[in-house]
Design a protein around this ligand. Structure first.
Ligand code: URP
Ligand code: ZN
Ligand code: ZN
Length: 478
């Protein structure tokens, strides 16, 4: 028998189902054996006493995505994936975004060009459908789904991106027929526009009023509507970046009525609040502008509860990297830009895993198995990458994180590898950080970034099993 390329010894292996002690034998980038006392590998890694989890799958990141408003994303496919790897993530799924008036195919081709030979870790693409013309719905979308782009995002807000209800129905209907997973950004666009107009007219334009312009009810209403539209079409949906109680209540209502409504949340809804956008009119609050906005401590607790009780399938970063300094990030419209002109999004691809392991698992709020499900396994299943990705199992890619626990880590931007000039989590004290990340058996982080640009591979996705419609009995011609 060929020797193993690498053997990780005495790992405390965690999967979404179990924890057990084992050696991990790696050959040709895949897990070839799980047992104690494996024969020697060409490389040996001692993991005695350490948890080893599947590499993270960050299924909601924005990298080098054109914005169309003069702002530029700070991370491309090199810095974004390098940063991900240093934080224990081994697969990212960013978005190929259709521009209105263009084809989806053009967006996909452009995005492959942008990825080029830059990715350090493996990657797939979600699509963003902004212009569901008859041609797009009849020809392009089905063809792209068949080629491995099996998930797409629909926006209910942002003028350049949003779809109306009728367009959402038409697009959901294609997802149902073709077996694709639909992600919904659920905020009521007209309510936001109405509130924004009034806030600005009253001279309330500082970054902190971003939160006032998008109160919880605009998310609740859109979440409710998204669920109703999906119920009508009889198709599963996944509500992304859920921020608090009112949206969670809608999702749990749907789940308790047997609807396949899945949900994602993000670190900003556990660790930031509306106060992070500032308690005065300083521009500094721009650093934490994202949509939906972070809420308050009570809503943070609801999100923790939802992670624990199974309301959420996915914990992603929604990494949307804009620099605070410089002319093309948060200040693209000037230092005194009103909140509605400031690029939405915060960085977080490198901090996601450690935040949840430290503050979720080590505090006893969630189990290690839930951590694995939320950060890796469920994303692999929801987006058609399982079982190659998302688990520690024989035949799976050797995408692994070896954890360093019990030491105190004070988060600072200097320790991170993204190309953003701040982190919203600066100063937080964590009790864990990835000691080592392996991507297909290669060490890409061991305290230093080791991954080469271009080693990451594009992953065409299968049609995800959770995207299968219930096929309920109905009189409607669906
Ligand atoms: O504010 C956010 N979340 N920006 C990123 C784009 C999105 O809607 O996910
Ligand atoms: Zn969104
Ligand atoms: Zn996003």
């Amino acid at each position: 028998m060929q020797p193993f390329d690498t053997v990780i010894r005495n790992a405390r292996v965690v999967t979404a189902a179990d924890t057990f002690t084992s050696d991990i034998g790696i050959r040709d980038g895949r897990i070839a054996a799980l047992a104690l006392d494996l024969p020697p590998g060409l490389e040996e890694i001692d993991a005695a006493g350490r948890h080893v989890t599947p590499g993270g799958i960050d299924s909601h990141v924005h990298l080098d995505q054109p914005t169309g408003d003069g702002s530029v994303m700070a991370d491309d496919f090199f810095s974004g994936t390098l940063s991900a790897a240093c934080g224990g993530t081994t697969t990212v799924i960013p978005f190929a975004c259709q521009q209105k008036g263009e084809t989806l195919r053009a967006a996909v081709d452009d995005y492959h060009r942008r990825a080029g030979d830059k990715p350090v870790i493996d990657y797939a693409f979600h699509l963003i459908v902004t212009d569901p013309t008859p041609e797009v719905l009849r020809e392009e979308l089905p063809a792209l789904i068949a080629e491995g782009y099996t998930s797409f995002k629909i926006y209910m807000t942002y003028d350049a991106l949003k779809l109306g209800d009728r367009e959402i129905l038409e697009t959901l209907s294609v997802a149902r027929r073709e077996g694709a997973m639909v992600m919904l950004h659920a905020e009521n666009s007209d309510c936001i526009a109405w509130l924004t107009e009034r806030l600005l007219a009253a001279g309330l334009s500082a970054p902190r009023y971003h939160a006032s312009s998008r109160p919880m009810l605009v998310e609740r209403e859109a979440t409710h509507r998204a669920i109703a539209l999906a119920e009508l079409v009889d198709v599963p949906i996944l509500i992304v970046h859920v921020s608090g109680r009112e949206a969670v209540e809608q999702i749990r209502w749907a789940q308790s009525h047997g609807l396949k409504v899945y949900a994602e949340t993000c670190p900003q809804y556990l660790f930031l609040t509306a106060d992070s956008l500032g308690c005065d009119d300083s521009f500094e609050g721009a650093k934490c502008i994202c949509s939906p906005p972070p809420r308050d401590a009570a809503n943070q607790q609801v999100i923790w509860d939802g992670l624990e009780n199974g309301s959420f399938e996915i914990f992603s970063s929604d990494h949307a990297p804009f620099r605070y300094g410089g002319p093309d990030g948060k200040r693209a419209h000037g230092e005194d830009a009103s909140f509605d002109k400031i690029a939405n999004g915060i960085p977080g691809v490198e901090t996601r895993m450690a935040l949840l392991w430290s503050e979720g698992v080590r505090t006893g709020r969630i189990t290690p198995q839930s951590f694995v499900a939320l950060t890796s396994t469920n994303a692999a299943k929801m987006y058609g990458l399982y079982p190659r990705k998302g688990s520690i199992a024989i035949g799976a890619d050797a995408d692994l994180v070896i954890w360093d626990e019990g030491r105190s880590v004070s988060i600072s931007n200097e320790m991170l590898h993204h190309n953003v000039d701040y982190t919203p989590y600066a100063g937080m004290q964590l009790s864990a950080w990835p000691a080592m990340t392996l991507s297909r058996g290669d060490v890409v982080w061991d305290g230093e970034p080791r991954g080469e640009a271009g080693r990451g591979r594009f992953l065409p996705c299968e049609r995800p099993a959770p995207a299968q419609a219930r096929r309920r009995k109905t009189e409607l011609p669906l």
